[in-house]
Design a protein around this ligand. Structure first.
Ligand code: FES
Length: 248
């Protein structure tokens, strides 16, 4: 199929960017969205032009590195799908597709569609870990955890940190990401020791980095490729209130 692409080009974080038009022919419906960009880049190389830079790593929907706005939606039109797992069969011959980077003050554009997500790393570094010794895997029944609790924790741990929640929130809030990381650990016995300190430092770090408040629109939940629930945000708020009340 033939497609008309409007792609954000920006040389570096301090330069001014703009949408640039491209035409691409010979796109197979079986290609992933990133393979379609690869094909476009091959044609740019042949013409001696600078390739379009974009983030990716696993191309299997698990690492959280890919992520662009496709026709105004984080990761494109499909639910629970990362950009690398989106296939061109979701588009029609002759379509015009707008491709832009995830936009947020805390995620500066590095080049073209590549953004700097180290703000997420610093939220994790502020408290997204446990101090309990891990060692070998313990005997499965030595710390009883109910099936429901283990599943809820695992659901929150499924967050891949892609930033779609931030990009789709009108306040550029990182509440879903931070809430998921806090929920994952707060539900398990191993996460209890630092629970109060963790939620206070991670929320403080999130605020200092310039992420906005939760907008209560649930856009994050809708666009999250892992289907992380906004209940994670409710859990974060509960843990935060508890930590403030218990603070000595
Ligand atoms: S490249 Fe890893 S999730 Fe898309």
């Amino acid at each position: 199929m033939k497609l008309y692409l409007k792609i954000w080009r920006q040389f570096n974080s301090s330069s001014k960017g703009e949408m640039t038009d491209y035409e691409i022919d010979g796109v197979s419906e079986h290609m992933s969205f990133l393979e379609m960009l690869d094909l476009l880049n091959e044609s740019l190389v042949q013409k001696g032009e600078r390739v379009i830079e974009f983030d990716h790593d696993c191309r299997e929907g698990i690492c959280g590195q890919c992520g662009v706005m496709i026709n105004g939606r984080a990761h494109g039109p499909l639910k629970n799908t990362t950009t690398c797992q989106l296939h061109m069969r979701s588009f029609k011959d002759g379509d015009t597709i707008y491709i832009e980077p995830f936009r947020a003050k805390a995620f500066p554009v590095l080049r073209d569609l590549k953004i700097d997500r180290k703000a997420f790393d610093s939220i994790i570094a502020a408290g997204g870990f446990i101090g309990a010794a891990t060692g070998q895997a313990p005997e499965a029944n030595s710390i009883p955890i109910s099936y429901e609790t283990a599943e809820a924790s695992f659901d929150a741990a499924a967050c891949i940190g892609c930033g779609a929640c931030v990009a789709s929130c009108k306040n550029a809030s990182a509440a879903l990401f931070t809430g998921a990381k806090i929920t994952h650990l707060a539900l398990l016995p191993q996460g209890q020791i630092e629970a109060s300190k963790r939620v206070l430092t991670m929320v403080q770090q999130m605020d200092e980095l310039g992420f906005g408040n939760c907008s209560d629109t649930r856009a994050c939940e809708i666009e999250c490729p892992q289907g992380i629930s906004v209940l994670s945000i409710a859990k974060m708020n509960y843990e935060y209130s508890k930590a403030i009340l218990l603070r000595k």
